[in-house]
Design a protein around this ligand. Structure first.
Ligand code: IPE
Ligand code: IPE
Ligand code: MG
Length: 232
């Protein structure tokens, strides 16, 4: 087997929580509960493998269109989780950073997000970016607005990138989407320009370290060309 090339940055669209729960005869929210546990396990796996950045899509700008009850439950779940796991994340050396808008989220959730970012800012084992109320288009629009308000005229790729939510973070090397859908669903747009894409049928609540390794094995077999012609 080929040598495993560990991506420096993995991004994941954690999809299929609802379908998984339904298949088990449980309410959708049980899928979200299980999904949070899986996110923690995969974070630990990424640390063990030496991945430097992990970006997780937790709530999109379009997910506001779900029933109010599901949206509220998701935010409650995040709030409880971020609160309970503060110590654990620090022990693991996880630097947490949030992507997306803050302004539309419940105040108590926002507070714990700010606290978690502050408390983990000097952690060095991995950076986990959690995208909440995040949309790739919204990210770009907010960056354009910043550029205008700063009076920027000579915009080039590096200066524009520095205004996006992922500023200072290398572009994802590998994007994983679970649960069989083959689309980006308005996740990171700008920074995925040359990312390798991997899709699996496995729903997020049953995604495991073994599945992660499979994705990395597949990634390891890819030839990244970035527009160039490889020498024979
Ligand atoms: C992903 O699972 C989690 C969020 C989008 C918050 P879904 O809730 O989209 O699960 P499916 O796709 O309906 O099965
Ligand atoms: C993408 O999943 C958003 C997250 C995983 C947070 P969705 O389930 O919302 O995407 P669509 O609606 O199937 O495209
Ligand atoms: Mg979905």
């Amino acid at each position: 087997m080929e040598e495993l090339k560990i991506p420096r940055h993995i991004a994941i669209i954690m999809d299929g929580n609802g379908r998984w729960a339904k298949n088990q005869g449980m309410p959708r929210v049980m899928g979200h509960y299980r999904g949070v546990e899986v996110a923690e396990d995969i974070t630990e796996a990424c640390i063990d493998l030496g991945v430097e950045y992990l970006t997780l899509f937790a709530f999109s700008t379009e997910n506001w269109n779900r029933p109010r009850e599901e949206v509220d439950t998701l935010f409650d779940l995040m709030k409880t989780y971020f609160h309970e796991k503060r110590e654990r994340l620090r022990e693991l050396g996880v630097r947490v950073r949030f992507l997306g808008r803050r302004g539309r989220l419940p105040t108590d959730l926002r507070k714990i997000m700010d606290t978690l970012e502050r408390e983990t800012q000097s952690c060095e084992n991995i950076q986990v970016n959690i995208a909440i109320d995040y949309g790739g288009r919204d990210d770009i629009i907010r960056a354009v607005k910043k550029a205008i308000s700063l009076g920027m005229e000579d915009i080039d790729e590096p200066s524009f990138s520095s205004l996006l939510d992922m500023s200072g973070v290398p572009d994802p090397d590998l994007l994983i989407r679970t649960a069989g859908e083959r689309r980006i669903s308005n996740f990171v747009l700008w920074n995925l320009a040359y990312t390798e894409l991997y899709f699996t049928e496995v729903c997020w609540p049953e995604f495991t370290r073994e599945e992660l390794i499979k994705a990395i094995e597949d990634y390891s077999s890819r030839q990244r060309k970035f527009g160039r012609i490889l020498d024979e």
